[in-house]
Design a protein around this ligand. Structure first.
Ligand SMILES: CCCCCCCC(=O)SCCNC(=O)CCNC(=O)[C@H](O)C(C)(C)COP(=O)(O)OP(=O)(O)OC[C@H]1O[C@@H](n2cnc3c(N)ncnc32)[C@H](O)[C@@H]1OP(=O)(O)O
Ligand SMILES: Cc1cc2nc3c(=O)[nH]c(=O)nc-3n(C[C@H](O)[C@H](O)[C@H](O)COP(=O)(O)OP(=O)(O)OC[C@H]3O[C@@H](n4cnc5c(N)ncnc54)[C@H](O)[C@@H]3O)c2cc1C
Length: 660
């Protein structure tokens, strides 16, 4: 029985067409759908018992699933794209994520043609397993502060990899702890006693015969992480080198080369390309944010339609909690954010592919913008998603706290995204640097791309909002101008403050909090703009574009309401205009309400992928929650192990004293 069928009947758009809009194209939809079903129908990928397993059993289970996934990839001759979707739907962090997600991209981006020819076939056939070993016990954010050394020995034509201090121990790399045979290790290049910056080196860690660590290498797992199951399926590791020798040709040499004679040769490629893998991964993390947030929102929306509290008159049904305005004001902006992040990730991917093509042709002019966009959007979307998942848990009341709701594990797996691949504050400061530089160059350099609006800074500083009615806010020009003015005014004000400091670095440190706010406002502008741009495309299907338009305004006006302090303080809006925006937001929530279930159905998630009793497609929540409780190992017997030993004596003592 479908308990949500009445809800599904209320929607006024074509759900199948919306599924295609969400996926990006009919081909993407079909591909993803095929992989989702393949995983959902395979019992090896069952995941409900995961949070109850001990660490060793858990990891072994992950290895079993990864091996099965690999067998499917080979047997069914899946393409790289299909394999990516398959791993996504298996929904279990594993060493393979870092192998495919960072080790291979690092070699692709920073290796020479010769190096790629040697290492990529081995890696792509999984004849070697690799990880990305950058972070150390003492340094993560400050990459230039890494302490591991790679000293060139001209006599033997080798690098000597060494961990000179405790804090130089590599610490955190996923897949390193127990599984990788190789790593791309980031270390200080030392030639002729001189330091030449941090570079990547391919280092073999374990024997390809018996998997034991090679001489001079100490390697292991760093221990349990937050939450049951969750990210503990990953073997994040520690690694130390004791004068380990590797051949010279294992330094990734696209950016700089070291010759046999110990000479450093710089290619035309900018040094920043050493950080290129991070640009790639940050872009994928933005796409992952929309997936994680949409999962949480799907669960919370379906459950909010099933759950009823208060409001019963004459014995009739109580109110569905989704009908409370407060519930809508917390849930619908998250629903809108999931769509906003989906579309901005689509745009970011195209930006990245363009930059990649240019880099391959040795054209580097767009790299700074790609860095700022990937860093800023990674930071913005992961922060909002981590907070959003927790909000969804609260939206589900008490039952959201049960592991069987799927939300605790989703939260625990997701939150490190705010830290890995760059701490979110550190990344926003990078965006701020880029913006301050853009403002300082306005006199002689025309800003392009996402900062093009800065070219109109004079008019953005003068013109104030013309919105007079709540309806007036349903105008893309009015909304985008509001976000542009806010971002431009905040950036200029901050640049003026910075100019008061004799030493710019001192000013940057002192004004860091304001600078992060400037960066956030710029990144929010990007997301809002890309959502509106998406709406200008041809989006087929009855009512699809109209529903997306509503979500776009919800996203923008929700942000405007949340950050109205900025809009008021910069003088662009009056308090009256801000309150008109809020009134429009309330109206928009009423428009989302009948479509809410269809909008989350459009994500097309299987019950397997959602992993949530509260988010079941059929809405059959209570019987399934009840059943699941009885499957808990604690309910195997009426009297639990330990009762007779530790509890009964206390009870008996009470009985005894009561008799006295
Ligand atoms: C599969 C997915 C699972 C994910 C698992 C997670 C894996 C990981 O976490 S791997 C480890 C990730 N680590 C990080 O992200 C570390 C974060 N730190 C950094 O990125 C940097 O070191 C950073 C940018 C903060 C500071 O760099 P640093 O060189 O000290 O400083 P800075 O002077 O600011 O930058 C130098 C120049 O490089 C540029 N730059 C910095 N990063 C990049 C980049 N990624 N791309 C291009 N340019 C860059 C700066 O804009 C600056 O340019 P300019 O000189 O023109 O102004
Ligand atoms: C689950 C997980 C998986 C990971 N996987 C990998 C991996 O595969 N490979 C790898 O190499 N690494 C990996 N990492 C490491 C990760 O990339 C780093 O933890 C991350 O880059 C943050 O660096 P940090 O730990 O040094 O944080 P820190 O920089 O020490 O941050 C601590 C605090 O200081 C603040 N801070 C730091 N610098 C500044 C500054 N300049 N201005 C203002 N505030 C600042 C931060 O905002 C934060 O609040 C992983 C981490 C996690 C949690």
């Amino acid at each position: 029985m479908d308990y949500l069928s009445d809800e599904r009947k209320k929607s006024d758009f074509d759900v199948e067409a919306m599924k295609v809009a969400w996926a990006g194209s009919i081909q993407e939809f079909q591909l993803s759908d095929r992989m989702a079903k393949l995983v959902a129908n395979d019992p090896v990928f069952e995941k409900f018992t995961r949070p109850m397993l001990g660490r060793k059993e858990l990891l072994k289970n992950t290895l079993r699933k990864s091996a099965h996934a690999w067998k499917l990839i080979i047997d069914l001759r899946l393409s790289e794209e299909e394999a990516k979707w398959l791993r996504l739907y298996v929904d279990e962090p594993a060493y393979t994520d870092l192998h495919w997600g960072m080790f291979i991209p690092a070699i692709e981006g920073q290796g020479t043609e010769e190096q790629k020819k040697k290492w990529l076939p081995l890696a792509k056939k999984m004849q070697i397993i690799g990880c990305y070993a950058q972070t150390e016990l003492g340094h993560g954010s400050n990459v230039q502060g890494l302490e591991t050394t790679a000293t060139f020995d001209t006599r033997t034509d080798e690098f000597i990899m060494h961990s000179p201090t405790l804090t130089s121990s590599k610490w955190w790399p996923g897949g390193l702890g127990k599984l990788s045979t190789h790593a791309v290790v980031y270390a200080r290049l030392i030639v002729g006693g001189q330091f030449h910056g941090v570079h990547g080196f391919i280092v073999q860690l374990r024997s390809l015969e018996d998997h034991s660590p090679l001489p001079g290498i100490t390697v292991g797992d760093i221990g349990l992480k937050f939450g049951n199951g969750a990210y503990n399926t990953m073997d994040n590791g520690v690694l130390r080198f004791d004068h380990v020798r590797i051949p010279r040709n294992q330094m990734l040499m696209r950016v700089s080369q070291v010759t046999k004679e110990g000479k450093i040769m710089q290619s035309d490629v900018p040094r920043q390309l050493i950080y290129g893998t991070m640009v790639y991964v940050r872009q994928t993390i933005v796409a992952d944010a929309s997936k994680a947030l949409s999962r949480a929102v799907c669960i919370a929306t379906r459950y909010s339609a099933v759950r009823r509290q208060f409001g019963s008159r004459d014995g009739g049904p109580e109110t569905q909690v989704i009908d409370y305005k407060t519930q809508q004001s917390r849930l619908f902006p998250l629903l809108a954010s999931a769509y906003a992040f989906r579309f901005v990730s689509e745009w970011l991917k195209s930006l990245y592919l363009d930059v990649k093509q240019r880099l391959e042709a040795n054209e580097f002019s767009t790299l700074p913008e790609a860095h700022a966009c990937t860093a800023g959007l990674k930071s913005l979307t992961t922060t909002a998603t981590a907070d959003g998942i927790e909000e969804c848990r609260k939206l589900c009341g008490g039952h959201g706290y049960l592991v069987s709701s799927g939300l605790p594990e989703l939260f625990a797996v997701y939150i490190p995204a705010c830290t890995y691949e760059g701490d979110n504050v550190v990344l926003m400061l990078q965006v701020a640097r880029f913006l301050v530089k853009t403002v300082s160059e306005l006199g002689h350099k025309k800003p392009v791309g996402t900062t093009a609006y800065m070219g109109r800074v004079a008019s953005l500083m003068q013109k104030n909002s013309a919105v007079q009615t709540a309806e007036g806010w349903l105008n893309p020009g009015a909304v985008v101008e509001a976000f542009e003015s806010r971002a431009a005014r905040m950036a200029v004000r901050c640049a003026q403050e910075l100019a008061k400091f004799g030493n710019p670095e001192e000013g940057f440190a002192e004004l860091a909090v304001d600078l992060v706010e400037v960066a956030v406002s710029h990144c929010q502008l990007i997301v809002v703009t890309k959502f509106f741009e998406k709406l200008q495309q041809d989006i087929p299907g009855k009512g699809v574009k109209e529903s997306l338009e509503v979500l776009c305004y919800v996203y923008a006006l929700f942000l405007l309401h949340k950050h109205q302090g900025d809009f008021l303080a910069t003088g662009y809006l009056t308090p009256k205009q801000a309150s008109l925006a809020n009134a429009q937001l309330r109206t928009l929530y009423s428009k989302v309400r009948p479509n809410a279930i269809a909008l989350v159905d459009s994500f097309s998630y299987t019950d397997h992928y959602l992993g949530s009793i509260l988010g079941r497609y059929d809405g059959n929540v209570y019987p399934k929650l009840y059943e699941a409780a009885w499957e808990d190992p604690l309910n195997d017997s009426d009297v639990i192990d330990g009762f007779h030993q530790y509890v009964q004596p206390i009870l008996k003592q009470r009985l005894h004293s009561a008799k006295l």
